[in-house]
Design a binder for this molecule. Structure first.
Ligand code: DAH
Length: 338
């Protein structure tokens, strides 16, 4: 009986000075574990004279119950304390955070995202293609042979024999059509390069190319798509006008004008008094291009269009010089932050 009392006294002392969850686990093992002190007492009952066993057993069990409930109460209490402490210590003091000014998307990116979103909603797939391109995909597959005068329209940076910096995102047409059979609805935004530089030409600029190939595609489908894009970019009253033109990869080819977003078509300095602004080239895909890519032009036809993103952004935001897009002047770029 005196041993029970001694164990109880040490237990009470130890548990009351216990301040961590880890220590309490150790204490539990020390008393109630397989080789614990109280367990040893319980095992020792069988060595006692039979008449002493019931009282002794009852006392040991009583102490065990006390210990178990004390351990669980203390454990809950310590866990709560530890949680409170860590919440207090690990708190992130956001009041010390220095607010940096927000960055902004580049105006070309804004226009690109806007056009891509519109086309994605119409079921187009967005692709990226290589900026270093072969002569084949940039020209020949698009019905522009080596000696074709149409090459003069694009002042090309040639890198090595048969390799160049792409002059147009149209280069993705053949790359895509070689591997994918109709129906095709793809759009490819990206950088293009030409040896040309002034207020409205930059050696690097951005285009977005659209291509649809299916059965019975019409020029009217093309116009509808462009009207949809134009009305979202420049307002719902914007009109689209087709003028006959020539591109080797489309037949017929058109130059596409929009009513001037500045004067609404009345005539101003931006549209040089005409009321119209030329924005892109387009047309029905030349059957030769389809055949070059292994698509049966008797069964399928399509339309394509390509536009310069800087040009769109210049009209939309009233930017007078293309070079502003590439100078990275924060005063210019900041104006497009939301
Ligand atoms: N790639 C042409 C250019 O850079 C623009 C263009 C015209 C793209 C007609 C087309 C098209 O897809 O059908 O001038």
């Amino acid at each position: 009986m005196s041993t029970i009392a001694e164990i109880k006294a040490t237990f009470e002392r130890e548990i009351s000075s216990c301040t961590s969850v880890a220590v309490i686990q150790d204490l539990k093992v020390k008393y109630l574990g397989k080789t614990g002190e109280l367990t040893a007492l319980l095992k020792g009952i069988r060595d006692l004279p039979p008449e002493e066993r019931p009282t002794f057993g009852a006392k040991v069990n009583e102490l065990r119950n006390v210990m178990e409930s004390t351990f669980s109460e203390k454990l809950t209490q310590l866990k709560r304390q530890e949680m409170e402490l860590s919440l207090k210590n690990e708190k992130i003091d956001i009041s010390l955070c220095e607010m940096k000014p927000w960055g902004a998307l580049h105006p070309v990116t804004l226009v690109k995202n806007e056009i891509c979103d519109l086309l994605i909603a119409m079921g187009f797939e967005v692709l990226n293609g290589p900026e270093i391109e072969t002569d084949y995909y940039n020209f020949q597959a698009l019905n522009i042979p080596y000696d074709h005068p149409a090459r003069d329209m694009q002042d090309t940076f040639y890198l090595a024999d048969g390799i160049l910096l792409r002059t147009q995102t149209s280069s993705m047409q053949a790359r895509y059509m070689e591997n994918k059979k109709p129906p095709i609805k793809m759009v490819c935004p990206g950088k293009v390069f030409r040896s040309d530089s002034d207020a409205s030409h930059s050696p690097v600029f951005h285009q977005i190319e659209g291509l649809v190939v299916d059965k019975k595609v019409t020029l009217r489908d093309l116009k509808g798509t462009l009207e949809y894009i134009a009305s979202h970019l420049f307002g719902k009253d914007t009109k689209v006008r087709f003028r006959p033109s020539f591109f080797p990869f489309t037949e017929p080819s058109v130059e596409v004008d929009l009513t001037c977003s500045n004067c609404g078509g009345k005539g101003c300095s931006l549209c040089k008094g005409t009321g119209w602004i030329e924005v892109l080239g387009a047309g029905m895909v030349n059957p030769k291009v389809l055949e070059n890519c292994g698509i049966d032009s008797a069964k399928y036809n399509g339309y394509a269009f390509g536009m310069g993103l800087e040009r769109i952004a210049m009209i939309k935001y009233g930017i007078p010089d293309i070079r502003l897009f590439f100078e990275n002047d924060q005063r210019f770029l900041k104006q497009f932050g939301k």
